[in-house]
Design a binder for this molecule. Structure first.
Ligand SMILES: C[S@@+](CC[C@H](N)C(=O)[O-])C[C@H]1O[C@@H](n2cnc3c(N)ncnc32)[C@H](O)[C@@H]1O
Ligand SMILES: [Zn+2]
Length: 359
């Protein structure tokens, strides 16, 4: 029995394979990013019915697309769906993804697993020559809600705080940076988002030990104070945290190791936005997401505007006004896609307090 779905420019039979319609936004953006990057060789390592890889083949005009799944049912569907969409040129593979990734190199490798990508990150880091695209749906472990599971999967300690969604993205990025470094590769994040219940990262790989070393310089930890709720970042692979909050002197919790470098490449995101505007994959939500990500300032973590106002006992104005006032006072500030009430700024906490209380 066939269960047909139309998504983007493909029609798929998804009967008996995993297909999540709520991941459409993720796949819409995946196809557009692949097009913008001009990728010519792409592997959808965990392809299921082919929703992601077949869309990349069709919508991004990628010359060689390989779709792999270990499940025989999925492989049958991949063959059927490739043919149905006139994509017979796609290569259909039925390997364990980790075996395949150790056997072959691909220009771009995409991981879209059930839950955590962690079992595949090491092999994907070896296989990918230029680009690595990774989805993680285990946001509870990544963001600190399931502490032990997060530590096991990512070898990093999250701390639950107002900026937990960004913490999750940076823990994921940090674990990828460390795996890439083991094979003498560095990374440059092009576009990072946490939407619904998943994190998605798009990375350009920079080959060579020097690039790997440079990437590791952007690793570090976050000191998070429960008492005054302020935080501080500490760069470096060695843990140099005193465990004491540098603002109020109370005990600070330490999160990490995590990625503290840039997570958005504005130029790349603007190009993606332009490509999206003219494409079938366009949606208001996707446009808004890209705009927010393009405008995010490169400052790790964010404040919860409402939480700040409760703390300072003032009625919140709009987040946009707060950003504008911070900017006109000479500080860097932006909204963030991570949270509708999130504010990123490099203004010191005292300045932020003054400004929040004055508007
Ligand atoms: C979340 S689904 C992929 C969804 C798909 N990318 C999409 O957009 O609809 C994960 C897929 O990975 C496959 N899988 C799980 N472990 C695997 C492994 N070790 N090697 C290859 N495929 C695997 C499963 O059979 C399943 O079809
Ligand atoms: Zn403190």
């Amino acid at each position: 029995m066939a269960q047909m779905m139309v998504e983007g420019s493909v029609t798929l039979n998804v009967e008996g394979a995993f297909y999540n319609p709520r991941m459409k936004l993720n796949r819409d953006l995946g196809a557009v990013v692949a097009k913008v990057l001009g990728i010519s060789d792409y592997l959808d390592a965990l392809a299921a019915s082919g929703a992601r890889g077949l869309r990349v083949a069709k919508e991004a005009n990628v010359e060689h697309v390989a779709l792999n799944d270990v499940s025989p049912r999925a492989v049958g569907l991949l063959e059927e769906n490739a043919k149905r969409n006139g994509l017979e040129g796609c290569e259909i593979l039925s390997s364990n993804a980790n075996v395949l990734l150790h056997q072959r190199h691909f220009e771009a490798v995409d991981l879209d697993p059930f839950g955590s990508p962690s079992p595949f990150i090491a092999a994907a880091s070896r296989s990918a020559l230029d680009y690595l695209f990774i989805t993680a749906t285990d946001t509870a472990p990544l963001c600190g809600a399931h502490l032990k599971s997060g530590i096991r999967k990512y070898m990093a300690v999250p701390v639950k705080a107002e900026h937990h969604r960004e913490m999750g993205a940076r823990i994921l990025l940090g674990s990828i940076a460390r795996e890439l470094a083991r094979v003498d590769k560095g990374m440059h994040p092009l576009f990072t988002h946490v939407s619904d219940h998943y994190a998605r990262v798009y990375l350009r790989i920079a080959k060579g030990a020097k690039n790997a070393d440079k990437t590791l310089e952007d690793m570090g930890r976050l000191e998070q104070c429960r008492h005054c709720s302020r935080w501080r970042v500490v760069f470096g692979m060695a843990c140099r945290s005193s465990g004491i909050c540098s603002f109020c002197g109370e005990r600070a919790e330490v999160a990490g190791p995590l990625w503290l470098g840039p997570i958005q490449d504005r130029e790349h995101i603007i190009k993606t936005l332009a490509e999206l505007e003219g494409s079938k994959a366009r949606s208001d939500r996707a446009v808004r997401l890209l705009q927010l990500c393009a405008d995010e300032i490169d400052v790790p973590m964010y404040y919860d505007h409402h939480k700040l106002c409760r703390k300072f006992k003032v009625t919140p104005g709009t987040a946009d006004d707060l950003v504008e006032v911070l900017k006109s006072a000479g500080w860097r500030a932006s909204r963030t896609h991570f949270s509708g009430v999130g504010i990123k700024t490099d203004a010191p906490f005292e300045v932020l307090r003054e400004i929040v209380c004055s508007i």
